[in-house]
Design a protein around this ligand. Sequence first.
Ligand SMILES: C[S@@+](CC[C@H](N)C(=O)[O-])C[C@H]1O[C@@H](n2cnc3c(N)ncnc32)[C@H](O)[C@@H]1O
Length: 276
Amino acid sequence: MAIPDSVVRHYARDAIAERVLGALRAEAGAEVAITPDTLAPLDHFHSRGVDATADLLALLAPRPGELVLDIGCGIGGPARWIAVRAGCHVTGVDLTPEFCAAATALTAACGLDRQVRILEGSATDLPLPDAAFDRAYSQNVVMNVADKARFYAEARRVLRAGGVLALSNLAAGPAGPPRYPVPWAASAETSFLSTPETTRADLEAAGFEILAFHDITAAMHAFNEEMREKARSGAKPRLGMAVLVGDALAERRRNTARAIAGGNLLALEILVRKPG
Ligand SMILES: C[S@@+](CC[C@H](N)C(=O)[O-])C[C@H]1O[C@@H](n2cnc3c(N)ncnc32)[C@H](O)[C@@H]1O
């Protein structure tokens, strides 16, 4: 099976928007307002949830009215949250048709369809014209992409000269591969982790200028420890990624937390610029 098919198979679920809205209404009441903030515990599909998106937004710093691209937008939580916070227009592209359908439905439920649009497509062959965006970002997506050169080349192609790309993702640590499954991959077959050094070299080879390159592994570890303490004390959040992923999430998170603690995974936040 081709890698993109295996990736889609890993993420695809039925009736995602219905499940997300159902979980939110069950917790907060049938009349709860559907907004990027009320949905936030459920639709930011990466470690540290909306806090990681807030950090990424601070790095990306879009201005009101700018055109922003979310590469691998998932069910669109970060795209909606950033569009509303920054007053920009966000286009989300994702490979998984079920995620695109959910992202479109949740965006409509928030009344944001004029500010956020969702397209199905691959990061390595973006269905978008050249130089169309002021800024782009991608959260926890490159770990699923074997051809990083092509990913970065496509991001660069669709940015205008002077445009910036912000990346937040996990990278290969010095202690060898993590134990699988992890949230982004059931096995090593669809996990492509680069070291920080290779990431930097790939971005420069793609023609980007590096503006910031932060190792945030310590912050990720601290977050994981906090979550472990909360779980130990029985304070389990009722809204979370488990609504989407189900019981499988616990083992995947445990493996990620161990890999972060053990030096198998590092967490990076990067900002690069297309010269011009
Ligand atoms: C861990 S989820 C993160 C989703 C979203 N960025 C977020 O943080 O909420 C990874 C996402 O990357 C998407 N993805 C993986 N490979 C991709 C590719 N080659 N092109 C576009 N999307 C891809 C998956 O479909 C999935 O939605």
